[in-house]
Write a protein that binds this ligand. Sequence first.
Ligand SMILES: Nc1ncnc2c1ncn2[C@@H]1O[C@H](COP(=O)(O)OP(=O)(O)OP(=O)(O)O)[C@@H](O)[C@H]1O
Ligand SMILES: [Mg+2]
Length: 456
Amino acid sequence: MKIEEVKSTAKTQRISVHTHIKGLGLDENGTAIQAAAGLVGQELAREAAGIVVDMIKSKKMAGRAVLLAGPPGTGKTAIALAIAQELGNKVPFCPMVGSEVYSSEIKKTEVLMENFRRAIGLRIKETKEVYEGEVTELTPIETENPMGGYGKTVSHVVIGLKTAKGTKQLKLDPSIYESLQKEKVETGDVIYIEVNSGAVKRQGRSDNFATEFDLEAEEYVPLPKGDVHKKKEVIQDVTLHDLDVANAKPQGGQDIMSMMGQLMKPKKTEITDKLRKEINKVVNKYIDQGIAELVPGVLFIDEVHMLDIETFTYLHRALESAIAPIVIFATNRGRCIIRGTEDIISPHGIPLDLLDRLLIIRTLPYSRAEIEQIVKLRAITEGLHIDEEALSTLGELGTKTTLRYVVQLLTPAALTARINERTNIKKEDIEEVGALFLDAKSSAKILTQNKDKFMK
Ligand SMILES: Nc1ncnc2c1ncn2[C@@H]1O[C@H](COP(=O)(O)OP(=O)(O)OP(=O)(O)O)[C@@H](O)[C@H]1O
Ligand SMILES: [Mg+2]
């Protein structure tokens, strides 16, 4: 049987406006450094977020929920992404926006459940029989196509593997040749091949070759010790959603399936509740046996006021279940009507009973100096040059509007500077684009002043 790793189904994030953020910027005591890791000010919220990170890492947080609440543009989304950075890539982090649940094809609760399972990781440790070493030779042996015709096919592949202890030459099945090609294995790479499944894993380039062209993307690994043929502990990090997908569509990710095969007959199916229950059962069994370890991650629901009463109820229940991630909500709403109800008004549009179990982190508006610092950071990240005077104009404008508005003015201001054949953004560029583009507050004001001129 041909086997691959379970493919990761992690979502790629749309974070282009947050690319300057690299972490929470705390010192070793958990105190916020005024400007660090791309974050400026908002010290209390950052320190609170740091405690949340520690609790997640020490697994004291599963099934709990946090709410980031504050006015628009006060860094709620930024801090949530900083939490993700601090957690590292071994802890799953699944971002979503409240409005994502409204789809004409998928049920609201189904969308939530999927994202829930994207935020729960499983670390599987297995001892596997492998051939491991640095590739010294890789030769596909061709034969005439047995079906006739002129084409040739690979009958087998000869591979040489070297470790610190010795070398071995193997004659392998052509299906493994495909896996070798998929992993882009070349001589000089360190790989291992699982004996039972034939899965190939490229671990990196042997550090004997570290001096040739130094491609930054390349990872150099030492020549493996021990024999070529041995038992090896293999660790795989997957999410429950990865498992759902792998088992619903047998063509991908058959590795976990081979483990789960004892319980489930692979069939091409949708991800159903039944499938999820089966997977949970197997997962629990592995946890009991010590083969796997649960890694509760983070489900981040931005703009949580967009959820309705039905999804809130569902969420509340899901948080109570034995396997639950940490949920982080964010909202800029004050008291408002809970969606899906006629007239129930609640703080942040969240039902009181759910609100009651949240830890709430508040974000506050920025000072003018902080706004200038953040705008400067963004300018550097976007590769723009900005005059001190222009920066101070933006700072002042920011106190009257929002941080997001002034950050967004940077790009058009850079354009007008370029039109005027300058490389530096000047005060006049800011004034020009400031007059062209309205911020939300002024726009709303104009609307109320000129009610009669607009269509209702
Ligand atoms: N403390 C900060 N340090 C550096 N950059 C920040 C900080 N706070 C916000 N930003 C940046 O300012 C912009 C707006 O912030 P963000 O989107 O996080 O606000 P928000 O609180 O989520 O607003 P909204 O309620 O409208 O969603 C983003 O580009 C963000 O990266
Ligand atoms: Mg936001």
